[in-house]
Design a binder for this molecule. Structure first.
Ligand SMILES: NC(=O)C1=CN([C@@H]2O[C@H](COP(=O)(O)OP(=O)(O)OC[C@H]3O[C@@H](n4cnc5c(N)ncnc54)[C@H](O)[C@@H]3O)[C@@H](O)[C@H]2O)C=CC1
Ligand SMILES: O=C(CO)COP(=O)(O)O
Length: 351
């Protein structure tokens, strides 16, 4: 990948895809401002719905997700995936993890052979328990140097408002991560690099599951001790699984681990936390599902994460409680009793 006149396609015009495309367009403006004769990046956003795409092109706003928030006027959108992918050097994926495989099959014929693919997604595939980068590698047959992930404490709405935030760009090939960091760095978005793809992806997927549990606690009326306990033991659980899969434990105390966990578990903007909160407050699962219009990845990924734990001999008690509440009719009150009755243990994350 060359950084001269790079063309970047962002696929998925939901909350995070829209905001990330905006970050990249703002980053390109900043680069142009600093060096008017230097390379220019061009960003195109693919969305399914023509109403959203037309609004972005005509008003520089995504009215469905962020009414009233101005997007970069250079940001162009299209409903034509083939057109978005034409000549794209970097392809950024921002669709739900569970539909990605089918989406990639459709998009595969249009992708350039040497494109770099970047996942913004925080989930684990049902049925296969594959991380998103593994799905990409399998479907596109790309080498690891050309598959990266961006993750961190990135609640889309705050970044749409151009509030300062940080993230991690992870790729086992450091040079790719550094090049992407350059393309994604704006005045308000500061990406760090990492080569620990596994740690960054597991941190992102599991914080959604723990966010559901914290939301349930919130909905049940519990205070900060309960939530801090879930966050801390949730991080221990996340670290345990990530390390068993080959991650560096330090990644999990970084932005894509603790950082994202804290943001998700503290923020009313989090869809996962909000989902859990409604359940904890007494709504039925059906009611909460019907009210949730945007992707709350943890609901489905809790099952695939738990399977990943089983397959690797890793105990994931919070995840297990979430799975039982989300998929097996266990009430929050019953989950709490079972959780507190577990055998006493030392605090180390490894147990
Ligand atoms: N919203 C946020 O603050 C952040 C979200 N993420 C992750 O980004 C990913 C995408 O999430 P959001 O943009 O927030 O979700 P969203 O629900 O706001 O948007 C999802 C987008 O995917 C599209 N979509 C849905 N089903 C599809 C299908 N079958 N085929 C193609 N497109 C389809 C929707 O039309 C929508 O444009 C998730 O994995 C999420 O965990 C990561 C960081 C921040
Ligand atoms: O990933 C996110 C923040 O980093 C968004 O969290 P939710 O998907 O729970 O809204």
């Amino acid at each position: 990948m060359d950084t001269d006149n790079v063309r970047i396609a962002v696929l998925g015009a939901g909350s995070w895809g829209t905001v990330f495309a905006n970050i990249v367009a703002d980053a390109a403006d900043l680069a142009r401002e600093r060096d008017p004769d230097g390379p220019a990046a061009e960003v195109v956003l693919w969305g399914r719905r023509s109403s959203v795409v037309d609004a972005i092109n005509e008003t520089s706003e995504n009215p469905d997700y962020f009414p009233g928030i101005g997007l970069n006027p250079r940001l162009h959108a299209t409903t034509d995936a083939a057109k978005a992918l034409e000549r794209a050097d970097v392809v950024v994926l921002a669709v739900p993890s569970q539909t990605l495989r089918a989406n990639l099959m459709d998009w595969r014929p249009h992708l350039r052979e040497d494109a770099v693919v970047v996942s913004l997604m925080k989930g684990v595939e049902l049925g296969t328990s594959m991380r998103v980068s593994q799905i990409i590698a399998e479907v596109l047959e790309y080498p690891k140097e050309r598959i990266a992930v961006v993750s961190g404490p990135n609640l889309a709405r705050e970044i749409a408002e151009r509030q300062p935030a940080t993230a991690v760009v992870a790729c086992p090939h450091e040079e790719t991560a550094v090049r992407l960091q350059g393309l994604f760095k704006s005045s308000y978005f500061r990406p760090y690099t990492s080569t620990d793809l596994v740690g960054v992806e597991i941190g992102g997927a599991m914080k959604n599951v723990i966010g559901l549990a914290v939301g349930v606690a919130e909905g049940m009326g519990f205070g900060d001790n309960t939530k801090a306990s879930l966050i801390t033991r949730g991080l221990a659980e996340t670290t345990r699984l990530a390390v068993a899969l080959g991650a560096d434990e330090h990644t999990l105390s970084g932005l894509a681990g603790m950082g994202d966990l804290v943001a998700t578990c503290s923020s009313p903007l989090s869809r996962n936390r909000t989902f859990g909160e409604k359940l904890g407050a007494g709504k039925t699962l059906e009611q909460v599902v019907a009210e949730t219009k945007q992707t709350a990845e943890g609901v489905k990924s809790s099952e695939s994460v738990l399977e990943l734990g089983w397959a690797n001999g890793v105990d994931l008690p919070i995840t297990e409680a979430v799975v039982k509440m989300m998929h097996h009719d266990l009430s929050p009150a019953e989950a709490l009793v079972a959780f507190m009755a577990r055998t006493a243990k030392p605090e180390r994350y490894g147990v």
